[in-house]
Design a binder for this molecule. Structure first.
Ligand SMILES: [Zn+2]
Length: 554
């Protein structure tokens, strides 16, 4: 299978209506099994098409053709959702619940019960508008042309400068980054203000008091709620914030700085953060050896992705920022998108997205499209878990002499991520509980929460983040609301894999592969427990991994 051979017909409003009518006709005739099978095939085809369209836009945000295709897809999405929700409603209303459950599984019924509360034809126009606003944010971020070190780079390309061993270079990088945000501050505030009000309005139309419960249902969270998440954030304050403060203070002392500034946070290793042993081509090649050594299942899968052209990892002008894994459910082979920049982030994003991709591949035989991917906090266990499970092979990617330093850096940056991650989550809860807050008040909310979760932050002369603007660089806040806590929950699980692999690497990897194969067949905490992990919501789960990390770092 090759990526450029994937074909997916472009649906139209008419073709979607005809498909839905055919499925309803099968249901009218009492042929539920055939209806469910035909519907599953139709959804797979539509998802493959949509994934291709969104991927091509991300690969070149300057292409008018790709942009038009994405706009067309975004316009059609609510129409497809409307048909889907109608079919879900009809199947859920079937008096023979046991019969339906035997066809699709109990967990899928639970997901559908959640899904049908997130859509009504009355919000179709709002959903299209939401896509337009998020595309505007993506394009604005991709448009950044920042001059540094005699080069012009985009925001992704700034990363090597932001963690350069030279302090003045790091400062220059952050000054340049935040000058871009300052320049576009009014537009960034405007886009977000429109998104907050739009999302709040959709929630009200659907009968919710505000966007928070709707956001949880859109994320298909069926086994925990906002109170669980709030308690988890408190655990981070109790167990992680003091440790990170201690690690940063130790770094300040090691370097002999009078104060540790914001631009110093990215330089974790006193000798300079270990970089990959080579460029894109080298990394892609040595990764084959790494995966072969880890497990034949991983090795074979990576060989297939590489041979089929399912990787786009080079940074280039006009390409959307960040990294992601997308999939084509008619094909079963996923695709990895990233922006390599020559730093350790290349290794981070590569092992992360490979974890998503491997799960997608391992779970391709799950019976229905709803079971292919789990909810995101579970999905991020696969990605962050692989970041840790590749630790023993790190010598291949950074050189044997730097492997220990890389592992230490990754552990410290993972710990430091937790307070930031829960801060992003807490911020969104406050913003959406107060949808009428002004942009200035939102910046104040961020500042207050930053003091709680990252009391060490010292922006020095960086005026824009010092005024509370840092959150605007986080694309999830704009494009994937309430997603961010998922990374922090998954990290608690991924670190449990790390602990296990230190004592029994083979067992840790087997548990990991088994978890991947379960795909989205169960809710988050069920999947975690099935892999021998303690749910992050259970007492002591976070404290335990933090204790192990502290012992290793001491
Ligand atoms: Zn991920």
């Amino acid at each position: 299978m090759r990526f450029n051979e994937i074909k997916a017909p472009t649906p139209t409003e008419e073709s979607l209506a005809a498909e839905a009518a055919a499925i309803h006709a099968l249901l009218d005739a009492g042929n539920r099994a055939a209806a469910v099978a035909q519907w599953d095939a139709a959804r797979r085809a539509a998802d493959t098409w949509s994934a291709l369209v969104h991927l091509r836009f991300a690969q070149d945000t300057t292409s008018e053709e790709a942009k038009a295709a994405r706009e067309y897809a975004d316009k059609l999405a609510p129409v497809a959702t409307g048909h889907e929700v109608a079919i879900k409603r009809r199947l859920l209303a079937d008096p023979d619940r046991a019969g339906i459950e035997a066809l699709v599984g109990a967990h899928v019924l639970l997901l559908w019960e959640t899904d049908i509360t997130t859509f009504d034809p009355a919000i179709a126009g709002d959903l299209e508008e939401e896509s337009k606003l998020t595309a505007r944010y993506t394009a604005l971020m991709a448009s950044a042309k920042i001059e540094i070190g005699g080069k012009v780079v985009n925001l992704s390309g700034l990363a090597p400068f932001a963690e350069d061993a030279d302090r003045a270079t790091r400062h220059a990088a952050e000054a340049a980054r935040w000058a871009f945000f300052e320049k576009n501050g009014a537009e960034l505030d405007g886009i977000y203000d429109a998104l907050v009000k739009l999302r709040h309005g959709m929630a009200v139309k659907l009968g919710d008091a505000n966007f928070i419960p709707l956001a949880y249902r859109r994320m298909r969270r069926v086994d925990y709620d906002a109170a669980d998440v709030a308690r988890y954030r408190e655990e981070v304050v109790r167990h992680v914030v003091p440790l990170v403060a201690k690690l940063l203070e130790a770094r300040r002392a090691t370097f002999g700085w009078d104060r540790l500034r914001y631009w110093d946070e990215a330089l974790i290793d006193p000798e300079g953060n270990p970089a990959p042993i080579g460029d894109h081509d080298t990394l892609v090649e040595v990764a084959q050896t790494m995966f072969d050594r880890m497990d034949p299942r991983l090795g074979e899968f990576y060989r297939l992705m590489q041979a089929g052209g399912f990787l786009d990892l080079k940074n280039r002008p006009g390409k959307a920022g960040g990294g992601f894994c997308t999939s084509f459910p008619t094909v079963g082979v996923p695709f990895i998108f990233a922006n390599f920049n020559g730093t350790h982030h290349d290794i981070g994003v590569f092992t992360h997205e490979m974890g998503h991709a491997f799960q997608c591949w391992e779970s391709r035989h799950q019976p229905g499209i709803d079971q292919l991917w789990p909810t995101m906090e579970a999905a991020e266990i696969h990605s962050m878990g692989l970041e840790f499970l590749t630790h023993p092979q790190m010598g291949l990617l950074v050189g044997e002499g730097a492997a220990d330093r890389f592992r230490r850096m990754h552990l410290i940056s993972s710990l430091a991520f937790l307070p930031y991650g829960v801060c992003v989550d807490h911020f969104q809860h406050e913003v959406h509980a107060n949808p009428d807050a002004t942009p200035a008040e939102r910046h104040e909310i961020w500042q207050r929460l930053e003091r709680l979760y990252m009391p060490w932050t010292d922006y020095g002369d960086l005026a824009y983040p010092a005024k509370g603007g840092r959150w605007q660089a986080k694309q999830h806040i704009y494009n994937s609301p309430f997603y961010y806590i998922d990374y922090t929950l998954a990290l608690c699980c991924a670190m449990q894999f790390w602990v296990k692999s230190r004592h029994d690497p083979k067992a840790a990897l087997d548990d990991y592969v088994a978890l991947c194969a379960r795909g989205g067949s169960a809710p988050f905490q069920d999947l975690a427990r099935g892999a021998g992990l303690v749910s992050p919501f259970a007492a002591g789960a976070l404290a335990e991994v933090v204790r192990e990390a502290e012992a290793v770092l001491a």
